[in-house]
Design a protein around this ligand. Structure first.
Ligand code: KG4
Ligand code: ZN
Length: 336
């Protein structure tokens, strides 16, 4: 691990989906990192469709990115010339949306003559927890977001072994779809969480998905179908939310615990949009695992997590990326 000669400011950009995120982290002489700014423009244009419209997302990133970057620099109290490196998400994500941040980041790095790092979106989610604790492998990482539900073993820095993944919907996708079904709005995660506080978790009986499996996969489509049937049978939105949330949290924690035991890991990083869920945090906190969550504003997609991934790349002595690096819709972090 190499530390810089003076504090280094790294700008991170994420435009992989429907949030225009720009963050700044400070990499100190001792190798520690601190988030100095984290600005997110969350696109609302998609709400009426109940899901993200890729072309609209790209256009809005183009319109907003400059403003979000300036806001991030102002929040950090920096000038653009203070930046020592730039990182941007290159995948996975919506290609048109990714291209906006990637091209912007590359252009900025070239103009400033500083290193550029093309970052992996999921690695960014994992590194979002790095500002909370200096992440030292080995650990297990559960990434639960609107597009991903992956369980990685991280035996050493930069090495990811896929231990389990969803076989159908992502966890956040299930929250979003069930919220829509129950008329609770979009994005569904926060809406379900709020409604669940008013509902009865015993109202709807959900069968545990993949019960008895030897592996560590996830499945949410059965919960979605069960929610649809319960809704048709007259279950109220709050009860449905409370019962579904409990079932989803139970299976996420149970499978992760089993995986941690099997891999001999005690530290678990839980990140991605669903990691903002209070019930999930409480359930993990009640286990005997050492669980690390990203701080406030770092769970859902953001630029600071990409800047943190950039800081890890610099610390680890990784070669900067080529300015010809392209955007990738599909980019597995690890083989299964
Ligand atoms: O990480 P993220 O911003 O985007 C992806 O990379 O997919 O995650 C967004 C997802 C959405 O599905 C949203 O409903 C979910 O995270 N989410 C939550 C909560 N806040 C956001 N799910 C459960 N509880 C929450 N409090
Ligand atoms: Zn994400």
């Amino acid at each position: 691990m190499s530390a810089p000669a003076s504090p280094l400011y790294i700008l991170g950009i994420d435009t992989s989906c429907d949030d225009t995120g720009v963050g700044v982290v400070e990499l100190s002489l001792d190798g520690s990192v601190q988030v100095r700014a984290n600005r997110i423009w969350s696109q609302t244009v998609h709400a009426r469709y109940g899901g993200v419209m890729p072309e609209l997302a790209s256009r809005e990133h183009v319109e907003r990115i400059d403003e979000v970057m300036r806001d991030a620099l102002a929040e950090a109290g920096l000038q653009v010339s203070d930046l020592g490196a730039v990182a941007a998400t290159s995948g996975p994500g919506l290609v048109g949306a990714l291209l906006v941040g990637l091209m912007y980041g590359k252009g900025l790095a070239q103009a400033l003559n500083v290193p550029f790092f093309a970052s992996h979106h999921l690695e960014g989610h994992i590194f979002a927890a790095a500002s909370e604790a200096t992440l030292q492998p080995p650990y297990l990482a559960l990434v639960v977001s609107g597009g991903h539900t992956h369980l990685f073993d991280v035996p050493q820095a930069g090495e990811y072994v896929l231990v389990g993944a969803t076989r159908d919907d992502a966890a956040g996708e299930a929250f979003d779809k069930i919220a829509r079904l129950a008329g609770l709005g979009y994005p569904g995660g926060p809406a379900i969480s709020e409604a669940a506080a008013r509902g009865n978790p015993d109202a709807v009986a959900f069968k545990e998905p993949l019960q008895g499996q030897k592996g560590f996969d996830f499945s949410f489509s059965g919960l979605k179908t069960a929610a649809l049937l319960a809704h048709r049978a007259g279950a109220g939105a709050d009860d449905l939310a409370a019962s579904f949330q409990r079932a989803a949290v139970h299976v996420l924690v149970k499978t992760t615990r089993r995986a941690a035991e099997a891999q001999g890991r005690r530290t678990v990083v839980v990140s991605g949009g669903v990691a903002a869920n209070a019930a999930l945090r409480e359930a993990f906190a009640a286990t005997d695992l050492h669980v690390v969550f990203p701080g406030k504003g770092l769970n859902t997609d953001n630029g600071a997590m990409i800047a943190l991934a950039g800081a890890a790349a610099l610390r680890g002595g990784r070669e900067p990326s080529s300015l010809t690096a392209g955007a990738m819709a599909y980019a597995p972090l690890a083989a299964g």
